[in-house]
Design a protein around this ligand. Structure first.
Ligand code: SF4
Length: 341
């Protein structure tokens, strides 16, 4: 039986072999999930429901019910309530923006596993298969495209340029082609995350201070300023709805995939598997410290690496969690004997 390799694992090993070992062999993970990731997952799952729902009349209600169920603590936590408002407003805006699609849905959350091949001989790897899950496959003007959902805080030309460097999607396209889906490109379905916040209003002290400052500037020595009250849920929802009614809140970008690029990527995959086998054989998992602060935040293993791999730090900060959680047990067990890569 072969070991399963996901794009996340592959990329992790390429970025920092030590991080790969900690995540995929030692199976260590920080217990908490970053808020942005949790929000992205909720929207992602909501989109999956949206595109698989049978009844068009009720699917928005079903998706909103799903979103409500993800934020049970919203009555007691202002930040969670804001995120809940945001998720609902985003989806209501999405439903209004795309009441009907120009493409036909072919697959949703398509899981796959495929052979990794030696680019020189064409022979399959005896050690690995690659597994992944595509958000969707759609047909547009007679051609097949991957559909890839993204949430983003802004869409700049840099952001759009970076989509071109999305190696994961190019690789998925290659392997899905091998499985009989002639993918010609990718449609990125981008949903913008607004920075609007619910106004908190002033405390009595803040109001008194502001009023005193305004009065001091006034010749009469008085001010008619009124205390700013917290924004109600209804007012905040109205502002969010207005924001998400703008066409710019959503964006679709179509990118075509060149054969040359696909060939280069599959060579890279093969090369990385060879480097991995070498690292495993020699028991050497190099630390790539230039990767410790990628993505504008420290690597989750930074305290452990900094401590010189202290067992105290490991036991206090990390839990053991199985890798490849993005795939169902079915795909992983079909592809592997549960040996982690
Ligand atoms: S902290 Fe740096 S060296 Fe350690 S695993 Fe993360 S990226 Fe690698």
């Amino acid at each position: 039986m072969k070991s399963v390799l996901t794009y996340s694992a592959l990329n992790c090993f390429r970025n920092c072999p030590r991080k790969y070992r900690l995540r995929y062999i030692d199976a260590l993970r920080r217990p908490e999930r970053p808020e942005a990731l949790a929000f992205g997952s909720v929207i992602h799952n909501a989109l999956e429901q949206w595109y698989t729902a049978g009844a068009p009349d009720t699917r928005l209600f079903d998706v909103l019910d799903y979103i409500d169920a993800q934020y049970p603590a919203r009555e007691h936590d202002a930040e969670i309530r804001r995120t809940w408002h945001l998720a609902r407003a985003m989806f209501e805006g999405y439903a209004a923006q795309y009441p009907a699609e120009s493409f036909e849905i072919v697959e949703v959350e398509k899981e796959f596993n495929a052979e990794i091949r030696n680019p020189d001989t064409g022979r399959s790897s005896q050690t690995f298969v690659i597994a992944g899950k595509a958000d969707g496959i759609v047909r547009l003007d007679g051609d097949l495209y991957l559909l890839e959902h993204k949430t983003a805080s802004s869409i700049t030309s840099d952001y759009l340029d970076r989509l071109w460097t999305d190696t994961q999607i190019a690789l998925y396209s290659h392997y899905l082609r091998e499985l009989g889906y002639p993918i010609v490109g990718v449609i990125y379905n981008v949903l913008l995350k607004t920075r609007l916040k619910q106004r908190e209003g002033e405390t009595q002290d803040e109001y008194e201070q502001r009023r005193a400052e305004l009065a001091a500037k006034n010749k009469s020595g008085r001010s008619t300023a009124k205390r700013q009250l917290p924004e109600s849920d209804t007012e905040f929802r109205a502002r969010l709805a207005e924001w998400y009614a703008r066409p710019e809140a959503f964006h679709r970008e179509r990118i075509y995939l060149s054969e040359d690029r696909m060939a280069l990527l599959t060579e890279e995959v093969w090369e990385i598997t060879q480097q991995y086998l070498d690292a495993k054989r020699r028991g050497r998992w190099l630390l790539n410290t230039s990767n410790c602060f990628s993505f504008q935040r420290p690597c989750e293993y930074l305290p452990y690496c900094q401590s010189g791999f202290s067992s105290n730090v490991r036991d206090n900060l990390y839990e053991v969690a199985p890798p490849h959680e993005e795939l169902t047990a079915l795909t992983v067990s079909a592809a592997t004997d549960n040996t982690t890569f």
